[in-house]
Design a protein around this ligand. Structure first.
Ligand code: BT5
Length: 337
């Protein structure tokens, strides 16, 4: 008998095993119930029961006598076992902590880091009650059809070495979204925009100890399949989602798995020394502020002028009308109406 392709990879969760085995089938062809029962060391009725439970959770299987089962539909929200099955499928080994509901995935990652959990790990929720933006702002996190994700690392590197991390991940995410048909731009330093509307926000938080970055959490809220009515009225003209731009995403679980892997790879890349040049090269393609009139703020510094790219340190260059060049190392830039 041929072994199921992901045999042994995740024996601790039979549902992940079943879903992983079904996903591994070419063209989603049939997988025999007998084979699943043997691999999992449970009865065929046991397999059937598990599939029934998964059906209740929003999965759809086609069952054909003498051929077995085929996965024909999956839940529209993230699901722990399916997310893990997709991570296995794309070859990622990042462990994921999944919750239906959390205060904030960044806060949960912070708690887990404080508890000593080995890194990297990801935290995913289907809803957040206290989704956080920057500077005390709020991230709307009611809709189950969007991604709320944090990935945690322990760099133990000087702050200086990690200064480009957030912009680097942002550019990589824009590139990833472009490849999927979305003309996304990065609005320095942490917004991802499509057609001038906010598709995603990133929140990078770090614990620094005498210039050494000990803990690092990269959080992203990405609007995937939500409609305009899913955000408060005041955001309806400024926010967007992938569904609103190019149509529904078929598998939010696959998208989440791909993002987790992308963020982890981008983290590894930024630990090396080679991203500065590539970031400069990629920046003009994804720069959401290039040539636009902005008002910038960083601490007490207020500047106004034309956004003109970033420095090698990742600072936003703002050229004022009098020809002065200002650098914003952190803070915010808003478009002048
Ligand atoms: C951000 O802050 O854009 C960073 C958002 C990061 C959210 C993720 S979700 C997973 C992880 N866990 C967390 O608790 N947070 C991270 P900022 O640049 O401050 O932008 C916040 C502003 O974006 C708000 O004041 C609104 O104007 C707007 N906004 C809020 N929710 C939105 C949404 N769902 N879609 C589009 N815009 C939104």
């Amino acid at each position: 008998m041929n072994a199921i392709p992901n045999e042994g990879k995740n024996p601790s969760d039979p549902d992940t095993y079943i879903l992983g085995s079904l996903l591994a089938k070419e063209e989603k062809s049939f997988l025999s119930g007998n084979q699943l029962a043997q691999e999992l060391n449970i009865s065929r009725v046991g397999v059937w029961n598990r599939l029934e439970k998964l059906r209740e959770a929003g999965f759809d299987f086609e069952a054909v006598r003498n051929r077995g089962y085929r996965l024909i539909g999956e839940p529209r929200a993230n699901h722990a076992s399916l997310l893990n099955a997709y991570l296995l499928k794309i070859g990622s080994s990042v462990p994921v902590e999944f919750s239906e509901h959390l205060d904030s995935t960044n806060s949960e990652a912070e708690r887990q880091l404080a508890n000593g959990r080995p890194t990297p790990f990801a935290v995913v929720a289907n809803q957040q009650s206290r989704g956080r933006g920057r500077m005390g702002r709020k991230w709307e996190s009611d809709s189950h059809r969007n991604i709320y994700l944090s990935v945690a690392f322990r760099p133990n590197l000087s702050l200086d070495r990690m200064r480009l991390f957030s912009l680097w991940v942002g550019v990589r995410i824009c590139k990833f979204l472009h490849e999927r048909g979305l003309d996304s731009k990065l609005k320095w330093p942490n917004d991802i925009l499509v057609n001038g509307r906010k598709l995603a926000g990133m929140l990078t938080e770090a614990r620094v100890d005498t210039d050494i970055m000990r803990d690092l959490i990269f959080g992203i809220g990405l609007n995937v399949n939500s409609g305009s009515q899913d955000v408060p009225r005041e955001l309806r003209t400024t926010a967007t989602s992938i569904a609103q731009e190019i149509g529904e995403v078929e598998s939010i679980n696959l998208l989440t798995a791909e993002l987790i892997e992308l963020i982890t790879v981008a983290y590894r890349e930024s630990r090396g020394n080679s991203i500065a040049e590539e970031l400069q090269e990629l920046w003009p393609r994804y720069d959401g502020l290039a040539g636009l009139h902005v008002d910038g703020r960083s601490g007490n510094l207020q500047v106004s002028g034309i956004a003109s790219g970033i420095t090698a340190d990742g600072a936003l260059i703002v050229e004022s009308e009098s020809g002065e060049r200002h650098l914003l190392l952190s803070g915010d830039a808003t478009l002048r109406k």
